[in-house]
Design a protein around this ligand. Sequence first.
Ligand code: SF4
Length: 190
Amino acid sequence: MELPEKIKAVEELFVRLDDHIRSFQQHTSLHCKAGCGKCCFKADIEATVLEFLPFAFYLHTQGKADEWYERLRQTDSSICLILNPAQAGAGLCSEYPHRGLICRLFGYSARTTKYGQRELVTCQIIKTEQTPSYQQAASEIEAGTLAVPVMNEYYMQLHAIDFELARDFYPINTAIKKALETVLQYMAYR
Ligand code: SF4
């Protein structure tokens, strides 16, 4: 598969996931606090290169790839550079339509425990401010009666697009930088 096809496949995966999350939210009524974004300030968020290829390609089409590459090369911050704490509105992600897989999954997905059970992965704010909805969703997931996006299943779908680019997890800014390198190299040699 050529790089543009891989990017298209990742974007299609995001559309399927967003639909899945939307129906999960409708069923559970779980939702993010308006204007929040606290989870994005975690310093240890990791991502794969593949999930940021759509963002990197978008930057290339906007003529912003080199500028962003320099910013990412020079930063020593472990907090995602896409985050804009000064942004007003619904959230703090300055590139929300192009966010990665982990950014979409967190809050509204389940992981599979070593005992094979599904467990909702969400934040403390949702757990404490929407406790009845959270507990209801958590017990339905545990009972297997609620369709929830499952993290490892979505990462398997990413692997199926490109195993190499989806295999390793990096600190989020490194993953974005590597995605830009991949796009810039492809554009330079095509
Ligand atoms: S998942 Fe939680 S911490 Fe993250 S934006 Fe939503 S409410 Fe805020």
